[in-house]
Design a protein around this ligand. Structure first.
Ligand code: CO
Length: 130
């Protein structure tokens, strides 16, 4: 298992980027916005992995609803997988419920799929094809 990134929901992306810089010396790697999912994100280098800071663009979005319900904090972890179709098939064969039954393109421009948190001890988990 390799952690690809950790996703953290924030209210204010710019101040979160600054906080991670001041607190941990974290460097901004890249940024991405997904209008359809209504979120904008910044990726900070963290060794072989990244921290993905997520700010919703609207309240009626998955991350917007998450923030309203639970406040800022850990949103998901992402696991690197070499073959996302196999990862989805293996997860289903093990009885895990997928949120995404089919891969879709994530903020890194690579294929992703989310596993339902109720199947992973309450932790929203993302497969990222690498
Ligand atoms: Co992610």
């Amino acid at each position: 298992m390799r952690i690809h990134h950790v996703g953290i929901a924030v209210d204010d992306l710019e101040s979160a980027i600054e906080l991670y810089g001041v607190a941990f010396g974290a460097q901004l790697a890249h940024r991405a916005t997904n209008e359809k999912d209504g979120l904008t994100a910044a990726f900070l280098r963290a060794g072989d992995a990244e921290v993905e800071l997520l700010q919703p663009l609207r309240e009626d979005t998955p991350v917007g609803k998450f923030l309203a319900k639970r406040g800022p904090g850990l949103h998901h972890i992402a696991v690197a997988v070499p073959d996302i179709e196999k990862a989805i098939a293996d997860a289903r064969a093990r009885g895990l419920e997928m949120i995404d039954e089919e891969p879709r393109i994530g903020l890194h421009g690579t294929r992703i799929a989310f596993v339902h948190p109720k199947s992973v001890g309450g932790v929203l988990t993302e497969f990222v094809e690498t």
